[in-house]
Design a protein around this ligand. Structure first.
Ligand code: PXP
Length: 244
């Protein structure tokens, strides 16, 4: 069974749009309450990206989530000393190291492990020592995948954004093939294979056929559908399409 991590960042985006400057009192919508409902509907984990600029998820959200989450908290974070320190205090089940600055991004849009090798290695080793499962959000690029394994990351999250963007165009098959080859290579190197970015209720029919998939992290599409159906139905429907 492919696991579903529901990314709830956009719930916080909506809250911040109205209540960024509020000092307590009533605020809505609450991402932690949304997470609870997503879990009740079958989410296998909750993913949040605590950005350095705190544009959506706030520190308080991740601490509350850590307390209330019944499944797994997956913290997406930049590879910085401040975020590493925070993760080591928070001790989420998993972290996913993502690029936040242009200079950390590869052509595929994933983390450039090759360029940031020592920094990323230090972060991964710190997570390994703390028992936090670290994954690297990278494009399906052989050099990045091999280096992820070499520096000791147990998991990679393959960036499906280029494939999702190409979905209606002529390069979809080629992009899918790159993901397939990347997934096989990562698996052969002993890495767990997750994937995410731009996955929706349509392209999931193909994405789910990628080999060795452990978990998909999906945000935008599920939260968009939840506006019409509620989060429970949106999660149930995605899980049904992931594992028909
Ligand atoms: N995985 C990672 C590492 C991400 O950064 C994001 C986007 O925040 C996602 C998955 C989810 O992407 P989407 O919102 O397009 O489903």
């Amino acid at each position: 069974m492919i696991l579903l991590g529901v990314n709830i960042d956009h719930c916080a985006t909506l809250r911040q749009a109205r209540y960024r400057d509020a000092v307590g009192g009533f605020v809505e919508p609450d991402p932690v309450a949304l997470a609870e409902r997503a879990e009740r509907a079958g989410a296998d984990g909750i993913t949040v990206h605590l950005r350095e600029d705190r544009r959506h998820i706030q520190d308080r959200d991740v601490w509350r989530l850590k307390e209330t989450c019944a499944t797994r908290v997956n913290l997406e974070m930049a590879c910085t000393p401040a975020m590493t320190e925070l993760a080591l205090k928070l001790k989420p089940h998993a972290v996913c190291i993502v690029p936040e600055n242009r200079s950390e991004v590869t052509t595929e849009g994933g983390l450039d492990v090759v360029a940031g090798r020592e920094k990323v290695r230090a972060c991964v080793l710190a997570m390994n020592a703390a028992g936090i499962e670290a994954s690297l959000f990278i494009g399906p690029d052989e050099a990045q995948i091999e280096l992820a394994a070499e520096i000791g990351a147990p998991v990679v999250e393959l960036h499906t954004g280029a494939y999702a963007n190409a979905y209606a165009g002529p390069s979809r098959a080629a992009e899918f093939q790159r993901l397939r080859i990347g997934a096989v290579r990562a698996h052969d190197l002993g890495l767990k294979v997750n994937a995410g970015h731009g996955i929706n209720y349509v392209n999931i029919a193909e994405v789910r056929t990628l080999p060795h998939l452990n978990e998909l992290n999906i945000g935008h599409s599920i939260l968009s559908r939840a506006l019409f159906t509620g989060i429970e139905e949106a999660v149930r429907e995605m899980k049904a399409r992931m594992n028909p």
